[in-house]
Design a binder for this molecule. Structure first.
Ligand code: GUN
Length: 297
């Protein structure tokens, strides 16, 4: 790897090791191990892979986990009932509802029914609201993991020009909030670009820090960024490749080679942001277990 490559796999490994030690300490004080309940609806292969990665990580760090797979014909009523059961089950600390959901299940209607104290994804309006006003919360895992990368690689955000491309509830929107907030890893002048943005390059070219989370292969090219930019590529796109074993390969939202030529730091796909999301979920699940015993104010 070039020396401007951010090794998310390595940093995530360090974080998981830390969570593992913290879980051991928590259990040694007489508490039961934290437990994550994962919910997968339908059989989207990528979602299955992600849920497997999450339950595997749980095992590694000493967090118990259970996953349930519901058919994609499930009604919203049935799903809400299942969530209600997990909400009132005291042996469960965190509930992970893997997104996207099948079209007839509206994510916001479902997410609202998750107990915000078990919302380890940080998607519940209560937690998003708390993030927005700077109160303790569960922070959405991917943007929180990106801030950990900044910390590890000593990327300063204060006063910098940060540009986030993609305004999803999962990544772009909470990322922009975190970068712009008045806290340790914020204080950046932050622009949030989305599908209605005119002349994207006019914004990206000015970025000191560029976070791209769109799901559009090679949307960002080297010509769209300035020399020395720090680039975080959140995209995980499957593109057909007959020479690959699985018939596809993974590419990000950036044209890696041309962007890497100008970037001072850049995340690869895979091995950049993905492992950090999983590590932060472990952190949040332990936090949920701790807060269930010692509630915050
Ligand atoms: N789908 C894509 N990213 C995520 C994530 O971080 N959490 C969940 N639950 N679903 C996702």
């Amino acid at each position: 790897m070039g020396n401007n490559i951010i090794d998310g796999k390595k940093v995530a490994g360090i974080l998981r090791q830390q969570v593992k030690e913290d879980v051991q300490e928590w259990v040694s004080r007489g508490n039961r191990p934290p437990k994550l309940q994962a919910i997968l609806i339908g059989n989207d292969p990528a979602s299955k892979t992600y849920v497997n990665a999450k339950t595997r990580a749980c095992e590694e760090v000493g967090i118990e986990s259970e996953s349930v797979i519901f058919p994609d014909t499930m009604s919203i009523k049935e799903l809400k009932e299942a969530i209600g059961k997990y909400n009132s089950d005291d042996s469960i600390d965190g509930i992970l509802l893997q997104l996207p959901l099948p079209g007839h299940l509206h994510p916001s209607q479902v997410i609202e029914t998750i107990d915000h104290r078990k919302d380890v994804d940080g998607f519940h309006p209560m937690n998003v609201g708390r993030l927005t006003v700077g109160q303790p919360t569960f922070r959405s895992c991917t943007p929180a993991g990106i801030l950990e990368l900044f910390r590890y690689y000593s990327v300063m955000t204060k006063g910098k020009r940060a540009v986030v491309v993609g305004a999803s509830n999962i990544v772009g929107s909470p990322m922009a909030i975190m970068l712009s907030r008045e806290n340790e890893s914020g204080k950046a002048t932050t622009t949030l670009c989305h599908k209605y943005t005119r002349d994207l390059t006019q914004h990206t070219i000015q970025a000191d820090i560029l976070v791209v989370a769109v799901g559009s292969p090679k949307l960002i090219t080297g010509q769209m960024v300035k020399e020395g930019v720090v680039v975080i590529d959140v995209g995980i796109n499957r593109v057909a490749d007959s020479t690959a074993e699985k018939g596809y390969r993974l590419v990000g939202d950036c044209d890696f080679d041309s962007v890497a030529e100008k970037a001072s730091l850049i995340t690869p796909v895979p091995g950049g942001v993905g492992p950090m999301t999983v590590a932060m979920l472990m952190k949040n699940t332990l936090l949920a277990a701790k807060r269930s015993i010692y509630p915050q104010d």
